[in-house]
Design a protein around this ligand. Sequence first.
Ligand code: PMT
Length: 400
Amino acid sequence: MLKGKHIVLGISGGIAAYKSAYLLRLLIKKGAEVQVVITPNGKEFITPATLAALSGKPVVSDFFTANTGEWHSHVDLGLWADLMVIAPATACTIGKMAHGIADNMLITTYLSAKEPVMIAPAMDLDMWKHPSTQDNITLLKRRGNIIIEPKSGELASGLVGKGRMEEPDKIVEAIESFFAKSQSLRDKKILITAGPTYENIDPVRFIGNYSSGKMGFAIAEECAVRGGQVTLITGPVALTTPQYENIKRIKVISAKEMHAACMENFTHNDIIILAAAVADYAPDYVAEKKIKREGVEDMVIHLVKNPDIAATLGSRKLSGQIMVGFALETDNELENALKKLNKKNLDWIVLNSLRDAEAGFMKDTNKITMISSHGQLIPFDLKSKRTVAKDIIDTILTQK
Ligand code: PMT
């Protein structure tokens, strides 16, 4: 499971730092490549020589090598790693992570991390219980960091209570289960909607929108690569179906047809991702023949509400199903996205805004913020839609 995985192991200054050597050894034995980043205080508890010998790599601690001036790039580490694990994470390091106080190499690496981050706190029981620490932990969780809860037991102070870092073998189990969850969709069925809907006015005209289907198709491809059985319901788009045996495509035109196809398919799916831009209204009457301009000065088209597919599915959500909607906004982004999350009974909403250049309709890139019904709010950088799809799937599989 860990073979070939790139892991940054961050070590901060607490007595539990001695356990990091065991953790490092276990990770290496499992085939991971590990780069240790240690804080200046961490070095008081365990020597870089021990960690370099175990990892087979020089330990990173300072911004520069003193005698050569060589710069150690925390940005490169963020691009290299599949996962960052900070064990032990002291109250001080947790506080700096929560508030962006980048005064050492571990924190700059954390702030540049593109990969998911796991944190194994270790401190005295009163420090752990303190509202300041608890608020910082809540903040880090909300941003998508994964906390490996400390255990109760005897502490360095001689007191007994919660604050002991989890044992190295249990941290490895958490890391393995993280990769297992984030990788595979085998045995999972995923329903995805993509593209626009067209609402006919007459045989040649329609009301539509600019959705190209790229976002939904990228998600379908990502799910297929991970072994999921994908049903891709698409409005009229020019894209060809990604070439995977495990993608079944259903083509529809209007919101009503998309609604019907979703209703027919949704009960046997484990994950439902609604990336389509569905027209909220449709003409109440579709002319049988092409409407002529002669003799008609003003034209009024009376529109009636289409079914809200996400809200209908949300109200019928089965236990265990994960439902993800999108919110495409132009203003009051967060407020509007939260309203949709709650109103449609979704587990996650993926917010993208037309105010972000290179995001949204037709672009090959997108910039999203994922918001969960548990209050997590995870912003992502501008990325290709294919990478955005990966982030979405990783997030829903690894976060609660
Ligand atoms: O297709 P691309 O060109 O790649 O562009 C991608 C995208 C911008 C279309 C995509 O990223 C996106 O944001 N899709 C949702 C667009 C949208 O209709 O957002 P909304 O905020 O109006 O709808 C909220 C959610 O309810 C969406 O999940 C939507 O699918 C769903 N909905 C909306 C109306 C309706 N009648 N039924 C629905 O199910």
